[in-house]
Design a protein around this ligand. Structure first.
Ligand code: NAP
Length: 303
């Protein structure tokens, strides 16, 4: 008997964001093939539910040729601040075209034409390559990910502060990447988002608004702090080299001057429901923390 499930190649299946697509595709009865760079990352991707593993590298076209064999669609997200991010995306589009792949979903960035920011501009050649291909594409323009707050959660709990290197009143467009993943899964498995280019944003939030939600949900005061970029980068575990940190500093410089605009209309339309809100995102993290703290207290009292 042949397996009639659609197969989708997911770039970054072992990474922190693309992995959120795995449950969405499995829920839609699809086979997920994760593109990972080594067996260890393959094990991690499998632990999150990836069904098949393709060991490959976006810098190695032969490995991409093998990875796309027999797939119905591809989800691509480029590694942040990589100097050759555009070349990697183009190489994957070429492999998809040669391999006769039908569908290509690209997780790009909000405002890719904001060329003051190199990590935004680096998405433009990939989008151009899709517009000049015969692939059935869907291009996603996600805002700043709410999951960035989750990445600093332990520091928020430890210090009682939420620190970012731009003014507390500045509003930044944010989105829960689980919603982006859901839109990507819809685009891969249904026709309704064919050839769409979509801004994906749940709303704009200042740090003052975020700490007021944190304070309410955690039931303890959390303050908004504004360190310099240098102080912030020193205290934040960033997987970047000096050049990449320089590019990130430009992003924060831009936020400091202009904030980041975004609109939730197209995300709600693509999902067919309201996007997950900032309050929901923080409430989930806080519930987990309070449950863990409650368990620790109970264990302590029983000891
Ligand atoms: N953070 C935000 O708020 C935000 C907002 C909008 C858009 N974006 C965009 O989202 C993208 C992803 O961000 P991220 O890098 O922080 O996410 P990430 O989840 O850490 O993704 C990076 C993934 O790419 C994989 N990768 C790196 N180099 C590769 C290569 N040569 N070949 C194959 N796979 C490779 C990594 O693989 P391994 O698992 O092997 O390490 C990792 O899984 C960036 O383009 C960024 O501009 C981010």
């Amino acid at each position: 008997m042949t397996d009639s499930k659609s197969i989708f190649l997911v770039v970054g299946a072992a990474g922190k964001f693309a992995r959120l697509l795995i449950p969405e595709l499995l829920r839609r009865n699809s086979t997920v093939r994760g593109l990972v760079r080594n067996a260890e990352r393959g094990d991690l991707a499998r632990s999150w539910g990836t069904t098949q593993i393709a060991i490959g590298d976006l810098r190695n076209p032969d490995s991409l040729k093998r990875a796309v064999e027999g797939v119905d669609g591809i989800f691509h997200i480029g590694p942040a601040f990589a100097p050759d991010e555009a070349a990697m995306g183009i190489a994957l589009i070429e492999a998809a075209t040669r391999g006769g792949v039908r569908k290509f979903v690209f997780s790009s960035v909000i405002q890719p034409t904001n060329t003051r920011l190199k990590n935004h501009a680096s998405k433009i050649p990939v989008e151009e390559a899709l517009y000049s291909s015969r692939l059935n594409y869907t291009i996603l323009h996600p805002a700043n990910f709410m999951q960035n707050i989750g990445l600093t959660w332990s520091s928020i709990l430890r210090t009682g502060e939420f620190a970012e290197p731009f003014p507390k009143e500045t509003k930044i467009a944010r989105v829960d990447y689980r919603d982006v993943a859901e839109v990507a899964a819809i685009a891969l498995t249904e026709a309704k988002l064919d050839f769409a280019t979509l801004e994906l944003c749940a709303g704009m939030f200042s740090r003052l608004e975020i700490v007021s939600i944190l304070t309410k949900e955690l039931g303890r005061p959390i303050a908004a702090r504004e360190p310099t970029f240098e102080q912030w980068a020193k205290n934040t575990p960033l997987p970047y080299n000096d050049q990449q940190i320089h590019l990130l500093s430009k992003v924060h410089e831009h936020y400091r001057e202009f904030g980041l605009g975004g609109n939730s209309l197209s995300l709600a339309a693509a999902l067919g429901r309201e996007p997950r809100s900032m309050s929901q995102y923080i409430a989930e993290l806080a519930r987990q923390t309070l449950a863990e703290e409650g368990t620790k207290l109970k264990d302590h009292n029983n000891a």
